[in-house]
Design a protein around this ligand. Sequence first.
Ligand SMILES: [Zn+2]
Length: 228
Amino acid sequence: MNWFKHLLDIIYPRSCEACEESLLGGEHLICVKCIIDLPRTNSHIDAIESISKRFWGKIPIANTITYLKFSKKGKVQKLLHKLKYRNKPEVGVFLGKLYGIDLKSVAFEKKIDLLIGVPLHPTKLRQRGYNQADCIAEGLSMALEIPFETSAVNRIIHTDSQTKKSRYERFQNVENIFEVKDMEKIKDKRIAIVDDVLTTGSTIESLAAMLLNEGCKDISVITIATAE
Ligand SMILES: [Zn+2]
């Protein structure tokens, strides 16, 4: 069916979500050059202190890893913007899959039992139509061959935009914003919390605290990028 694919490429030219150049026949969403050039942190091989220390003294996190270096107006920002605001859930699944392949090469899947995307509040989920964190978790799940769960935890409070608040106010703002829906799904599990971007870490911290309280075994954090 190659000729058919080729025909579709002519009628509906597909372009790379990162560089906007035309994709070749076998390419999907992101061109091979952009995939090779992705600015990987390799924090799954050498832990990066400036990232893991966001949780120090607050909550015990077994592993904090992030896939890509974030730079303003760079390709990573562009991809994450499309995932979050341009109705491109497939970009999240794809990035999750790519990261999963890297993680599989160091047997990272042996450290976790379950992937959970940071839940969105139902109102926000309806607006966007999908949860970008779940998309990434889905891709990771495919590559790592470990399950992901979207129905174990609920977000019960819709937090306001966090940008104009102090760190303390932000923390107050995210206390008790999640609840466990199904205890059996998390009990004694080593859970990786998945999100698109790690910022202050306060939302993840709140989710991690609740999961640990409710009896999960340990928590890791996996994000695609980290904001300064
Ligand atoms: Zn490209």
